[in-house]
Ligand binder design. Structure first.
Ligand code: DC
Length: 226
């Protein structure tokens, strides 16, 4: 049987990874956090002491980086060169740098190729990112685009982050989200965009449970085996 591909795209803080993990667990599919791959590549760039403005060098480092997603959806570990970097890739520096290097076409080509390979494995896969339904898997079986107003997304991010970074203010988080959205949506190569055939869900006023139920209904309407 051909693997089932579920694409989840949207801006940061829209709930993609929370919902992606839950769907993968519920449907017994692999979960691929593609943002974590760009983050791991950014960490490799820092470790190699390469200037982020040197696109060729950045692409070379990213192409050589051994990135692995290990474990099940709830305890997904991100490995770089065999080392668990799950926590290190969530710092403010790496968050910003991952958005910067993800605009480099050669970096994207390499990571997209790896994502396609991951999607071809097993029974199926849930991928979350910015370009899954538009570029990585344009023929995905089900495509979702999750969004929410920036203030709500910043609120969720702030609640997650401020225990780890007590000096962070809500205004910092909102400004960061706006800058990142702007960069991710306006880059020339594979900008964040809504696929024509995506199911768009605005999660601003919805609970995780409500979004989950809506997504699961959509998948089951289309895929009777699941
Ligand atoms: O989803 P995230 O915040 O972990 O992603 C980190 C950055 O990587 C984000 O700013 C944009 C980029 N990204 C991308 O360009 N394409 C993807 N498929 C996933 C993430």
């Amino acid at each position: 049987m051909k693997p089932l591909i579920i694409a989840i795209d949207g801006p940061s803080g829209a709930g993609k990874s929370t919902l992606g993990r839950r769907l993968a667990r519920e449907l017994n599919l692999l979960y691929v956090d593609t943002g974590a791959m760009y983050r791991a590549a950014a960490l490799a760039v820092v470790a190699a002491n390469v200037n982020a403005t040197d696109a060729d060098e950045v692409a070379r480092v990213a192409a050589r980086a051994e990135i692995e997603l290990a474990g099940d959806p709830d305890s997904l570990r991100v490995m770089l060169e065999g080392r668990d970097v799950s926590a290190e890739i969530r710092t403010e520096q790496i968050t910003r740098l991952s958005s910067v290097i993800s605009a480099i076409p050669a970096v994207r080509r390499d990571l997209v190729r790896r994502q396609r390979e991951m999607g071809a494995r097993g029974r199926g896969v849930v991928l979350d990112g910015r370009d899954i339904g538009t570029v990585v898997f344009p023929a995905a079986d089900v495509k979702f685009f999750l969004t929410a107003v920036p203030e709500e997304r910043a609120k969720r991010r702030f609640e997650e982050d401020h225990t780890r970074a007590p000096d962070l203010t809500f205004q910092d988080t909102l400004a960061d989200i706006n800058t990142r959205d702007e960069r991710d949506s306006t880059r020339a190569d594979s900008p964040l965009a809504i696929a024509e055939d995506a199911v768009v869900i605005d999660t601003t006023e919805l609970s995780v449970e409500q979004v989950f139920a809506r997504m699961l209904d959509t998948i089951r309407e289309r895929q009777e085996d699941f």
